[in-house]
Ligand binder design. Structure first.
Ligand SMILES: Cc1cc2nc3c(=O)[nH]c(=O)nc-3n(C[C@H](O)[C@H](O)[C@H](O)COP(=O)(O)O)c2cc1C
Length: 228
């Protein structure tokens, strides 16, 4: 349809990479793209930590459940939800920060996700690939200590950034990506929510609408799962 749509539809996580570095200027530009994302009530609750120290990277790779690429990728960014900065600003203005509600947790985490996805997409447009590493929350307390995070700051995920290998994509990548995902229809409903329990799952992902036998049999016996 257009280049942006093609770019978005061809996205996928990349776990193979070259040893090429990414210039700091480029990384800074990507962060600016993240900053351009919408932010709830303009609180800008995202802080990105660029982790360079190789000892810390090695440790983080272990803490993330043994994901070696966390240590070996050319760049690794940790995206943190940060209400500490908001607290500081409120203190500076002698106003009280509303806190202690799930709402603030959601707000800050969503801010981070929007920020990060902008960074990811901008990177992709420059031929720089990555993958989210939510594994850093496996040991969130240790990771917070490692990164010396203050109170009201927590790591949401990391992303590594690596120059794209010449052959990481095939001509049919868009098609492949879409096939392995939920079909568009159950994701987007008109008028009202519907349970999609009639979709058939396998270990490789969604297959298709079930045949009659699947409709008759109960979900467990047919290896189906509720998607709701
Ligand atoms: C919040 C989040 C955390 C993720 N954490 C990891 C991770 O720790 N390790 C990993 O290899 N992939 C991780 N992924 C990548 C997903 O596994 C991947 O996006 C999913 O399997 C779909 O594949 P695709 O991105 O290639 O389309 C994460 C993705 C998201 C959105």
């Amino acid at each position: 349809m257009n280049e942006v749509i093609n770019l978005l539809r061809s996205r996928s996580s990349v776990r193979k990479f070259t040893n090429q570095n990414i210039p700091q200027d480029t990384l800074d530009e990507l962060i600016k793209c993240g900053q351009a994302a919408a932010t709830s009530s303009f609180i800008q609750a995202c802080t990105v930590i660029q982790l360079e120290d190789s000892d810390k990277r090695n440790l983080l790779a272990d803490l993330a459940g043994g994901q070696p690429y966390v240590a070996s990728a050319s760049r690794f960014l940790v995206f943190c939800a940060d209400m500490n900065r908001h607290q500081l600003v409120c203190d500076m203005h002698n106003s009280e920060m509303i806190s202690g509600y799930t709402e603030q947790f959601i707000t800050a985490t969503v801010d981070v996700a929007l920020f990060a996805q902008n960074v990811m997409t901008a990177a992709q447009s420059l031929g720089i690939e990555g993958v989210y590493i939510g594994g850093i929350r496996n040991n969130i307390a240790e990771v917070s200590n490692l990164l010396e995070l203050p109170t009201l700051v927590y790591p949401v995920f990391g992303i590594w950034h690596v120059p794209r290998l010449p052959c990481t994509r095939t001509r049919n990548q868009t098609e492949t990506t879409l096939i392995s995902r939920l079909k568009n229809r159950p994701l987007s409903r008109r008028q009202r929510y519907k349970n999609h329990f009639r979709i058939r799952w396998t270990s490789t992902g969604i297959l298709s609408k079930p045949n009659r036998r699947h409709k008759r049999n109960n979900m467990e016996r047919t290896n189906c799962k509720h998607v709701s």
